[in-house]
Design a protein around this ligand. Sequence first.
Ligand code: NHB
Ligand code: ZN
Length: 381
Amino acid sequence: IPTDQVAQFAPKLRRVAYIWSPQLIDLCNLLPRVLHRASRVHTLIESYGLLTYGPITVLPPIEGGKEHLLTFHSQEYVDLLEFLNEEEDSEKWMEKKEEFGISCDCPSFPRIFEVAKMIVGASLTGVQALTSKEYQVAINWTGGWHHSRRDEAAGFCYVNDIVISLLKLTESFKRVLYIDLDLHHGDAVQDAFAHTSRIMTVSFHKYSPGFYPGTGSVEDVGYGRGRYHCVNVPLEDGITDVVFYTVVKRVMFEVQKAYQPSAVVIQCGADCLVGDPMNSFNLTLKGIGNCVDFILRWNLPTLLLGGGGYHTPNTARCWTQLTAVALGVRLKSEIPDHQFFLEYGPDYQLEITPSNRPDLNTKDCLRTTVQTVFRRVRLVF
Ligand SMILES: CN(c1ccc(C(=O)NO)cc1)S(=O)(=O)c1ccc(-c2ccccn2)s1
Ligand SMILES: [Zn+2]
């Protein structure tokens, strides 16, 4: 093939921005429900040599400030986080804590405000990388906190870096698509944009009586100008790689055709993996990796964010694999020797094995859900 025609056959090489600094990791290691997860994720990615691979650039996060948080959160909530940063006692703020969701699910902890600003700064650095047109993919594995509300911490989420990033992206991109692959419904992101067509939110999640947050039924479609710009795909326990990938591919194919987004944000919560303490889905790195690969092949500016993921080694495995998918490289199965190597026992392999738990998603139920979604997505113009 003449050299000038080779390019059209080579998979597009993507320039990838990986948002990282030692301070970002040190602060995110303090998050109470994912203690020290940030350092495991980053160190495994580094141990595979991915950060010195050509098309990747490591970008330090910009200093997130109060003004960034205030693009979504209320002044009172931001003031509370700032007050709690120093962990001083004061009657006034003590009873307020409960009112703002700072409680057992989202306990206060030292440097809480610095952590919130740093996470938002990191996700906004990813947005900046995409709007600069210098990168096709931007990655912030410390972001993805989809339950945090305007004036309330919720579901282990203190600050909604996703909403803040989506708002920023709409300044440069006409239609922005948000895809939530976390085990839980991306409720606060959906609600933030339920009345607008500028952002379309699509969430694949477990939907079962009593399971957090309890929202995200297929009937949940948005309101007014935002009607049909919220897509919810409720799923049952035990879903496997092939079934999940088939559902995601079919739904996302229709969404891309109907909405024709100009930028994408994917929340890649790893609590949907087999072995997670949430003990719900039966996915492995292949399943979630194929879903992210499918969306990246649209070659749209895409921000990859973290989220849930409570089996720390598996979460590190997952986001290492997704970083490799973004770069288009295959990783060897053997976990490289590194500081936390012993935490990957007893097999010390990258891949994880599905369990033999039953898949409660029946073919009929999935077909009905997908057909319902198709009918509505085709109403999006
Ligand atoms: C507050 N909850 C959430 C909320 C959001 C998430 C999440 O990951 N969202 O993406 C996880 C748990 S919750 O009530 O379901 C739980 C609290 C503690 C839980 C737990 C703790 C240990 C093992 C299994 N589950 S679940
Ligand atoms: Zn989750």
